[in-house]
Design a protein around this ligand. Structure first.
Ligand SMILES: [Zn+2]
Length: 340
């Protein structure tokens, strides 16, 4: 009898251990989120596709219309150029109909210049700012050398991407009018970023480059139809962008932040993440989730991150120079590569 009791106890303990092991295994092999790799399960045929490419600290957004028209907004920094070219190949892009240089900072145009050198590009939409930098000179030189049509952005320009998809330019104002009244420590180049709204039926997405609150105020004042289901968050989630009133008007369901996991700019800022969270907006970050795919049929849209993100990390901002100001020399001049 005693032996039987011991045997039952042993069996019970073993069953419990097996249960715990099974639970642990399940916990660690949770169904992964859909990936944005070629084997991705999502349907792209006949859909509008937008990819926020994984370029580290910088921006690069690829648009493919249902008929295959292609737009590349920025290309990350020069080191990201290869990754952008690889992503274009992965998504079957052989020609770019419209490349966009949102503004002349290196984390947007460095990689774009590499793309212009290697991939056939028909048009370049540029913010048209005069800006003295080696990278910007290189971008303009390759545009001339490759006989790419240079278009200076201005509000009111629009591009037909076929199948009812269009891209409208809201900013800069154009005709030599620039937004120069920026916050102290702010950047005129950022303030005159190309701002575009992509629309397809009931779906829309707003691309704001590195524009901050002063540009947002100008856009609100000009009464553009800013409403969008998806917002590419301005200036990598800087605290000085994505102001409350702007967010209220755009009223996005989803926000995409493009930033690197090793940046000293406090991107994204805790204050920006708090504003997005308070407004109950679904947030996706390239630093945590890698490349993001946004797919729409003109009615609904879905977002497919490459990697699942831990919710606690998602709502946590990064520390940057403001926080580190106490230990850094004051007024250290930003180099060309450091302009964000
Ligand atoms: Zn930037």
């Amino acid at each position: 009898m005693r032996t039987l009791k011991v045997l039952v106890a042993v069996v019970l303990v073993l069953a419990l251990a097996a249960g715990v092991l099974y639970w642990l295994r399940r916990k660690h092999s949770q169904t992964p989120l859909p990936t944005a790799t070629p084997s991705a399960p999502f349907v792209t045929q006949g859909r509008l596709q937008i990819y926020a490419l994984d370029v580290g600290q910088g921006d690069s957004l690829l648009i493919i219309s249902p008929t295959g028209k292609t737009v590349l907004i920025d290309g990350g920094n020069v080191q990201a150029g290869e990754a952008v070219i690889a992503a274009l190949q992965r998504h079957g892009v052989k020609t770019i109909d419209l490349a966009v240089a949102s503004h002349p900072h290196a984390d947007h145009i460095g990689g774009l210049r590499r793309v212009l050198e290697r991939v056939p590009v028909k048009n370049l939409l540029d913010s048209g700012q005069s800006f003295a930098s080696t990278e910007y000179e290189r971008l303009l030189r390759v545009t001339r050398d490759k006989r790419i049509k240079l278009i200076n952005a201005k509000r009111g320009l629009n591009f037909d991407l076929e199948a009812g998809v269009r891209l409208d330019a809201f900013h800069p104002q154009g005709d030599g009018k620039w937004l120069t009244d920026v916050r102290s420590g702010g950047s005129v180049e950022n303030a005159n970023s190309v701002v575009l709204r992509l629309s397809y039926g009931a779906f829309s997405m707003l691309f704001t480059g590195d524009a901050e609150a002063e540009t947002e105020a100008a856009l609100l004042k000009a009464r553009f139809p800013l409403q969008a289901q998806v917002l590419k968050v301005g200036h990598h989630g800087s605290r000085y962008a994505t102001s409350g009133r702007f967010l209220e008007t755009v009223a996005p369901q989803t926000a995409v932040i493009s930033c690197g996991n090793d940046n000293r700019y406090a991107h994204p800022a805790q204050a920006t993440l708090d504003r997005l969270r308070k407004a109950r907006i679904a947030v996706f970050r390239t630093d945590l989730s890698g490349e993001l795919a946004i797919i729409s049929d003109g009615k609904q849209f879905d977002v497919f991150p490459t990697r699942a993100t831990d919710l606690a990390a998602l709502w946590l901002g990064r520390m940057g120079v403001d926080e580190m100001a106490l230990v850094l020399p004051k007024g250290a001049r930003k180099t060309e590569q450091e302009r964000d």
